[in-house]
Write a protein that binds this ligand. Structure first.
Ligand code: SF4
Ligand code: SF4
Ligand code: SF4
Length: 304
């Protein structure tokens, strides 16, 4: 019997699953080797009413399970725990799963305040629906709720890397995910003499479009808030990081370089050590836009 693969998505946008489809023909090779037993994006699957009543989840057993998205409500929690129970190896798939990602931006507000704001009706009517699953107090990354065997960050992860991770599990080989920062894989020219202040990215970076990216001056040294120093590398494979290739600053979508890192604090340190004044940053918490789980983004004092 071929090894079984199971996919689940929680508070997710489906971009991680689309990245898997972007593997193109290489995906066909994988499909020949495995049996996909659960994939809500592609296959109809009823969760309830087989093994029990309302509130129970019945998922098939699998050798490898991939879960994308953050954990935002009780239903996510039920499904995630069922995946953990049924999958021998559990992979957190994408930055929402590994670090909270975009859904964890919600953590800046108390949940009731966020719900009232999102569902506010006209003339102050409260239209919070009662039929949605009970929300958790905040959005959690997967490893805050269950044991995770492999963390695969990226918003979304690089398609080739998704396949490499799955294939390594199938072959039971150890896997070396990139441990360098975006900066360490970036060919932009650094002189050590940057701007003294950060400027808003309202105009293009300075570069000659006729010249290769390794002739462009480092974007951070140009005063643009490039999060390359504090973001895990790998988005460009062995090539230039994706955003730098497009001549725009890294926004931090692979999460922190080291497990447990804090992109906000690390970036403040990186600015200070480069002699750049951090006061030009309009919204510092935006530095955690991809990594607000693990208690890093918390409710602010003021209202939305
Ligand atoms: S990591 Fe990015 S692509 Fe994947 S589910 Fe989250 S927002 Fe979507
Ligand atoms: S700060 Fe940005 S542009 Fe500069 S080297 Fe790092 S990744 Fe490249
Ligand atoms: S350069 Fe940064 S924001 Fe862009 S894809 Fe890579 S890690 Fe993500």
């Amino acid at each position: 019997m071929p090894p079984r693969l199971s996919f689940e998505w929680l508070h997710a946008c489906s971009g991680c699953e689309i990245a898997l489809l972007n593997c193109g023909e290489r995906l066909l090779g994988l499909l020949n080797r495995v049996e996909i037993v659960h994939f809500p994006l592609l296959m109809d699957h009823k969760y309830r009413g087989w093994g029990g009543g309302e509130g129970e989840v019945n998922l098939p057993e699998a050798e490898i399970g991939l879960v994308s998205g953050g954990v935002a409500n009780e239903e996510h929690l039920l499904v995630l725990r069922a995946m953990r129970e049924q999958c021998r190896t559990l992979i957190s798939f994408g930055t929402c799963a590994t670090h909270g990602g975009i859904p964890a931006l919600r953590n800046q507000w108390p949940i009731n305040e966020a719900l009232r704001t999102v569902f506010a009706g006209q003339e102050g009517k409260d239209l919070v629906p009662t039929e949605i699953p009970a929300q958790l107090d905040r959005v959690y990354s997967i490893d805050e709720k269950v044991r995770v065997d492999v963390s695969l960050p990226g918003c979304p992860p690089r398609p080739e890397m998704i396949l490499e991770v799955i294939e390594a599990q199938l072959e039971r080989q150890s896997l070396h995910l990139p441990s360098k920062s975006v900066c360490e894989t970036c060919p932009a020219v650094r002189t050590g003499k940057g701007q003294a202040a950060v400027r808003r990215f309202l105009a293009n970076a300075e570069y000659d479009p006729e010249e290769p990216v390794d002739r462009m001056r480092c974007l951070l040294e140009q005063g643009l808030l490039c999060m390359g120093p504090v973001t895990a590398g790998g988005c460009g494979g062995k090539d230039t990081p994706l955003c730098i290739r497009a001549r725009v600053p890294c926004r931090g979508c692979y999460g922190p370089v080291r497990q447990g890192g804090n992109q906000l604090l690390d970036m403040m340190n990186a600015l200070a050590s480069n002699g750049i004044d951090h006061r030009g940053i309009v919204d510092r918490t935006s530095l955690l836009r991809f990594s607000g789980a693990h208690g890093l983004l918390r409710p602010r004092r003021h209202k939305i």
